[in-house]
Write a protein that binds this ligand. Structure first.
Ligand SMILES: *[C@@H]1O[C@H](CO)[C@@H](O)[C@H](O)[C@H]1NC(C)=O
Ligand SMILES: *[C@@H]1O[C@H](CO)[C@@H](O)[C@H](O)[C@H]1NC(C)=O
Ligand SMILES: *[C@@H]1O[C@H](CO)[C@@H](O)[C@H](O)[C@H]1NC(C)=O
Ligand SMILES: *[C@@H]1O[C@H](CO)[C@@H](O)[C@H](O)[C@H]1NC(C)=O
Length: 409
């Protein structure tokens, strides 16, 4: 019995137990793939170069990583940019959207110090982190996830991807993907989205179908059954369009890499995804779709990072009288926020939504909105938007729903 149990676990871990490898000139360092670029450049430019090589500026989550990076760089360069941006002396966030330095940091005493600069560099000799203006030229280290050995062409973070030009509907595309032991692609991070966007823009110019759907209003699912834990939707929800495509370089209305609704019967190029290093057996069980409902309003929540959705309380039902809500939206590094009100209905001139360009009501007031409005969008000047919603003691309406995404101007 015990042996049977162990054998089962081993079979399930076949892919995870393969040795990790790195591609594209990266070196495996303590489980991550790193590559040192000697040329000195400013922070944003360094980040852009990392993206070309499917990575981001490196992050450090523990002391072992910190030492491994110092010894990887050795004496080749004295300092390198890190993928870290500080909003204030108590809040520094990793550029790859993986959170803050709350769990681990190795700042030099007196740092971070945003009056010196919002970017952070790594001092190789000491392994310490220091604040600096983002415009200073420095060498840098890019990081990309390790993967598993597989003869597939697009191998990233333990998955193999294929791009198909064969113009297909959603169900046909999914059937073709299943034949190669995969599914239409599910996308779980900004990095994965960027990786696929780069491939798509070199291979075709039309929209690319991905494995996302709206099976019912305000509910998103991935056809492979994975969690809906990342979204890059930038569009008005249209109930006729229940499938999701990624905008490519020939898509005029949307930014490259953004997602929007398309007709499920329409024909598009598409991406498939399967685990790397796992042989394709033909009797793969069919995947069941498990929807992840989410109707939270996020009224009075702490900081919300892009991307996300905020709504008035009770939406799509009516809000209450005498409600006050605030929403603090934030994004990383060099991005701005694109806030799109996809649905808007409040009592004219009385129940008001106010948007400030900043972290609080002290920011510049962009506008006060009420009544019944067509979808509209706003773009922040910096990393934050502060939104308030206040209603009086009479008359209630459906309220609003708004998506917010990182946006690069
Ligand atoms: C292309 O798509 C059609 C259906 O649209 C399908 O019958 C055919 O097998 C596909 N070809 C390949 C090479 O996948
Ligand atoms: C857009 O897509 C086409 C492929 O159809 C590609 O040849 C071209 O280089 C792409 N343009 C950009 C700017 O990426
Ligand atoms: C979420 O919204 C749907 C309508 O879009 C509604 O039927 C459902 O009851 C809501 N769920 C919760 C938990 O509020
Ligand atoms: C939100 O917070 C404010 C105080 O900051 C409070 O007055 C208000 O009642 C809260 N709203 C809700 C719906 O809890």
């Amino acid at each position: 019995m015990l042996f049977a149990f162990i054998a089962l676990i081993i079979i399930q871990l076949t892919n995870a137990s393969l040795p990790p490898i790195c591609v594209d000139g990266y070196t495996l360092v303590n489980g991550k793939c790193l590559r040192l670029f000697h040329e000195e450049t400013y922070h944003t430019r360094a980040e852009q170069t990392c993206r070309i090589f499917e990575g981001t500026l490196f992050d450090v989550k523990n002391a072992i990583d910190n030492r491994a990076i110092a010894s990887f760089i050795g004496s080749q360069v004295e300092t390198v940019w890190m993928g870290l941006f500080c909003f204030n002396n108590n809040l520094c966030l990793w550029d790859d959207n993986s959170g803050s330095t709350a769990a681990y940091d190795n700042f030099s005493p007196g740092n971070p110090k945003v009056t010196t600069g919002s970017c952070v560099y790594f001092e190789t000799s000491s392994g310490r982190w220091l604040s600096a203006p983002c415009t200073e030229p420095r060498s840098y280290v890019c990081e990309t996830p390790s993967t598993h050995e597989d003869p597939c062409y697009y191998n990233y973070n333990n998955y193999c991807y294929t791009f198909s030009h064969n113009q297909s509907s959603f169900t046909t595309a999914q059937a073709i993907c299943e034949e190669e032991c995969g599914n239409l692609v599910s996308i779980h991070s900004a990095n994965e989205n960027r990786y696929l966007m780069n491939i798509a823009s070199h291979r075709a110019s039309d929209n690319v179908l991905i494995g996302g759907m709206w099976p019912m209003d305000h509910m998103n699912t991935w056809v492979d059954g994975t969690m809906w834990d990342y979204s890059n939707i930038d569009s008005v929800y249209n109930p006729k369009n229940r499938c999701i495509a990624m905008a490519n370089n020939g898509t005029s209305e949307y930014n490259l890499g953004q997602w929007f609704g398309v007709d499920c019967e329409g024909l598009s190029s598409f991406f498939c995804k399967r685990p790397a290093g796992v042989p394709c057996s033909t009797d793969q069980p069919k995947v069941t779709v498990t929807p992840v409902p989410s109707n939270e309003s996020f009224c009075n929540s702490t900081v919300l990072m892009t991307p996300g959705i905020i709504t008035s309380p009770n939406y799509p039902q009516n809000y209450d009288n005498n409600v006050y809500c605030s929403y603090k939206l934030s994004t990383l590094g060099s991005y701005n926020i694109l806030l799109e009100f996809t649905s808007f209905s409040t009592e004219e001139n009385v129940d008001l939504v106010t948007v400030y360009d900043g972290e609080s009501t002290n920011g510049l007031k962009i506008g006060t909105y009420s009544g019944s409005r067509e979808p509209f969008h706003l773009i922040s000047k910096g990393n934050n938007f502060f939104v308030t919603f206040a209603t009086d003691s009479r008359n209630v309406f459906k309220g609003f729903s708004a998506t917010f995404v990182a946006y690069s101007t």
